[in-house]
Ligand binder design. Structure first.
Ligand SMILES: [Zn+2]
Length: 214
């Protein structure tokens, strides 16, 4: 589908409530949605800066999340703190292939995919890469879809802790890496949430109606 020659909702004098998707006229800008009372904005202000800031913060937190111990697994009173990668290797060598694979996907592959996806999206807007609006939208949807599985890892750790504590032969306690990992998950989520997808349309608008912070 060609995006040439189309007019955006803003050019036609409309704006959409981001929360309940009710259509309003542009003169309702900065007022409240009459259905759900969310403040109405034709474009979110400083959305790209916020998206970038949260993304860079998540990249910074990604290092301690992987380098610091995420949990200490103690069996019969002895045990050393382990990092995410160390934990995955231990799970694999202990024959827990299923859990090891879930932890690998949830704690290394998903955050990497999410960070790389957001980075590609933001760079493509910044440097006007020759990708179509559809490709950018697919990328954003991919980031959103992948993000839904981010908390899987925390869930797996919670289940593991519960199982091990029940057995009472061993104990697991969370380390600082777990805090950093939770920060990565939350920050990438905020980066995606703060991204206003309508900015993608503006790049393809026929006349110059671009938002000031694009
Ligand atoms: Zn609404």
């Amino acid at each position: 589908m060609s995006t040439r020659g189309y007019k955006s909702a803003r050019q036609e004098g409309y704006l959409l409530c981001r929360h309940c998707h009710t259509l309003h006229t542009l003169d309702q800008q900065d007022k409240q949605c009459h259905v759900c009372e969310t403040p109405l904005h034709s474009r979110m202000e400083h959305t790209l800066q916020r998206s970038w800031a949260f993304l860079l913060a998540s990249v910074i937190c990604f290092f301690p999340a992987n380098l610091l111990p995420i949990m200490t697994f103690k069996s019969f009173g002895s045990g050393a703190p382990s990092t995410i990668m160390g934990g995955i290797i231990e799970l694999f060598s202990g024959g827990f292939w299923g859990i090891g694979l879930v932890v690998l996907i949830a704690s290394i592959i998903i955050p990497c995919l999410k960070i790389l996806g957001m980075l590609t999206l933001l760079l493509s807007l910044k440097f006007h890469w020759r990708t179509s609006a559809r490709q950018k939208t697919w990328l954003y949807r991919g980031v959103e879809w992948v993000g839904r599985w981010s908390m899987l890892d925390i869930f797996v750790i919670a289940v593991l802790v519960a199982l091990v504590q029940l057995g009472s032969l061993a104990s697991i306690s969370p380390g600082h890496g777990a805090t950093a990992f939770a920060a990565v998950v939350i920050l990438t989520m905020l980066s995606a949430l703060n991204f206003d997808t309508r900015l993608i349309w503006d790049k393809y608008a026929p006349t110059d109606t671009r938002h000031h912070d694009t």
